[in-house]
Design a binder for this molecule. Structure first.
Ligand SMILES: Cc1ncc(COP(=O)(O)O)c(C=O)c1O
Length: 427
């Protein structure tokens, strides 16, 4: 904390740029925490917010509903193959808490008392609340709370850059999947398998190999384990497809969306379930099968209105196609980035790139300077007019999804320059 004794105050956002109180401009390289879609101050999104704010600012979803939230639920179900109903919350962590509770209670609702355990992937991340920390346990972030967290069954994720000795990448992938199947075949108490869809983002941009997620979904079906996906960071185009689980051919029982849902303008998240889960909650009052969960701002009409506008714009502007094209710019820089002598690995998919920094390319030793890498690269990036936020030794590039080729080119160029000039402070 001592490193952060003063902050720049952002007073304006315009397009892909953030502007501080002194008039300095920074290209938003992290989409304001991975959520911005169209850039800042987009007139259509702002209009959706203003229009709705004149009509109804907030009304509870307890006993009632509201028009924008209803419309949004219809839209979300329509684009989410296999999903049937929507449960709103106000951030990704709570959307995951709801997903976990829905999955655990499902088994109780249908009279199965044994299925109480959660399986998950090592190094996943699902948010900072206690349930989310338990399921997405990143030791560096949450080690201090370990005693208070519930235990989960964790499985390894194949990482092409760090394959254990004696394995090929494919062998190791199969080994990871076999471990899951072995456990599933011996343990009938697993209620759900929870994982990020398509890639682990906070865990270091680990993009799953082809077929990995699909196979897990198949194992879940085979062994009667609910399959729960977190698309909060990876859905809505971040990895180049609207719904990542469709691309991965792995329809879940429960899925959570957040971040990009409102274009990155207001706080809202959604947990969707299939009919099987929903129906299990349809008891008489005295059956106590309903879910005791709700947040004050659940289904907020202004957030829902901007989310509706955002989704309309995805369609109208053919955003997913645009992302697929623009994101090719990243590939142009693969060689140049990997030639930097502190870059060990580059991982990229869609509008997401992770650049792993190491002190020794051969030994793959992660960089570990005295000051935080984040602080060093943030300050250096600022000098180059870009906003960067690294996670551990991974430089993350997570730009607003509608970024132009020109701006993306600029962002990557300036990132390269930033890593180069920060090098002497990092090693
Ligand atoms: C995959 C994933 N799930 C959940 C969350 C938590 O979302 P929030 O920060 O909105 O609580 C995040 C946040 O980065 C995330 O990346």
């Amino acid at each position: 904390m001592k490193e952060w004794d003063s902050f720049d105050t952002i007073t304006k956002g315009k397009g892909m740029w953030l502007i501080d109180s002194k008039g300095n401009k920074m290209l938003d390289g992290v989409a304001s925490m991975w959520c911005n879609v169209w850039g800042h101050s987009n007139p259509q999104l702002v209009k959706a917010i203003t229009n709705q704010s004149k009509k109804l600012q907030h009304s509870s979803m307890f006993n009632l509903t509201n028009e924008p939230a209803e419309k949004l639920a219809e839209r979300l179900v329509k684009i989410s193959q296999g999903m049937y109903k929507v449960f709103y919350s106000d951030n990704g962590s709570t959307a995951m808490e709801i997903a976990i509770k829905l999955a655990l209670q499902y088994w109780k609702n249908i009279g199965d008392k044994k299925k109480t355990e959660i399986a998950t992937l090592k190094n996943g991340y699902h948010g900072d609340t206690f349930g989310a920390m338990s399921v997405g346990f990143v030791p560096e972030f949450f080690g201090k709370f370990k005693k208070q967290l519930f235990s989960t069954i964790q499985f390894s994720v194949p990482n092409k850059y760090r394959i254990p000795k004696g394995f090929t990448f494919l062998d190791y992938q199969n080994y990871c999947l076999e471990n899951i199947e072995n456990k599933f075949s011996k343990n009938n108490n697993i209620a759900a398998f929870v994982m990020e869809s398509g890639a682990q983002v906070a865990g270091g941009v680990m993009i799953y190999p082809k077929g990995f997620q699909k196979k897990i979904s198949q194992l879940c079906k085979k062994y009667d384990v609910l399959f729960v996906l977190d698309e909060i960071a990876t859905g809505f185009g971040r990895l180049g497809s609207m719904i990542q689980y469709e691309e991965q051919k792995s329809i879940p029982d429960i899925v959570a969306y957040g971040k990009m849902l409102t274009g990155g303008y207001l706080t809202m998240a959604a947990t969707l379930t299939n009919k099987k889960i929903y129906d299990s909650y349809l008891g008489e009052f005295n059956d106590w099968k309903h879910l005791f969960h709700g947040h004050t701002y659940t289904g907020n009409p202004i957030a829902a209105a901007v989310a509706n506008e955002n989704l309309k714009m995805y369609k109208k502007n053919n955003l997913i196609k645009k992302i697929q094209k623009t994101s090719k710019i990243f590939e142009k820089f693969y060689q140049e980035i990997s030639e930097i002598d502190i870059v060990g690995d580059i991982r990229h998919k869609g509008m997401l790139m992770g650049i792993e920094l190491v002190t020794n390319k051969k030994k793959k030793t992660p960089i570990h300077p005295k000051k935080s890498i984040n602080k060093i690269l943030f300050e250096e990036g600022k000098k180059n007019g870009i906003y960067l936020r690294t996670l551990g030794n991974i430089v993350m590039l997570v730009p607003p999804l509608a970024i132009s080729e020109k701006d993306l080119d600029l962002l990557i160029n300036r990132t390269i320059k930033t890593i180069q000039t920060a090098k002497s402070m990092l090693v």
